[in-house]
Design a protein around this ligand. Sequence first.
Ligand SMILES: Cc1cc2nc3c(=O)[nH]c(=O)nc-3n(C[C@H](O)[C@H](O)[C@H](O)COP(=O)(O)O)c2cc1C
Length: 174
Amino acid sequence: MAKAARETGRTGIDPRQLRDVLGAFATGVVVVTTQRRDGEPVGLTVNSFNSVSLDPPLILWSLSLAAPSLPAFRSHDFFGINILSERQRELCVRFARPAADKFAGVRFDRSVGGTPLLHDAAAHLVCRTYARYPGGDHEIYVGEVLSIEDFARPPLVFHQGSFRRLADMIEHEG
Ligand SMILES: Cc1cc2nc3c(=O)[nH]c(=O)nc-3n(C[C@H](O)[C@H](O)[C@H](O)COP(=O)(O)O)c2cc1C
């Protein structure tokens, strides 16, 4: 895997340009949550989330090796995917910065394995870690989906480094 990372370097692709180009791919945004060994809730904003398999039900996301929350995800086998709704932009920004008190004032419930599930999300998935793969400067997490809830709220959209509402994008198109 370290070799693959070096090969990418040899292609001469500038990481910042790569990030910009990848920004052309519009995504939703999720907060992935788990708990530390002492039960404290942990969460971070992620847009690398995607579906993998329907049978068995599998999803994936990738976690930076530099993230302070990495040890919590390595040591606990359950995590939650909170698909953010368009009204959760503030929450999205809050969970995208390292902080000890990210959950202060945030409304959430606990699910299987103590997994925090945020109120007012567009949807929830509770997962058990199925596999972890090396992925360059990230670690790829594949989760087996244990439970799902869809609240049918409009999603928060991330595109070219900005947050958008789906309705605005569609209106602009017309
Ligand atoms: C829209 C958006 C998407 C992000 N996607 C990811 C991701 O897929 N993987 C990741 O490790 N960090 C991602 N981040 C950065 C993390 O949210 C950020 O590094 C956060 O501080 C990590 O939490 P921690 O510091 O508590 O470990 C993203 C940030 C934003 C704003």
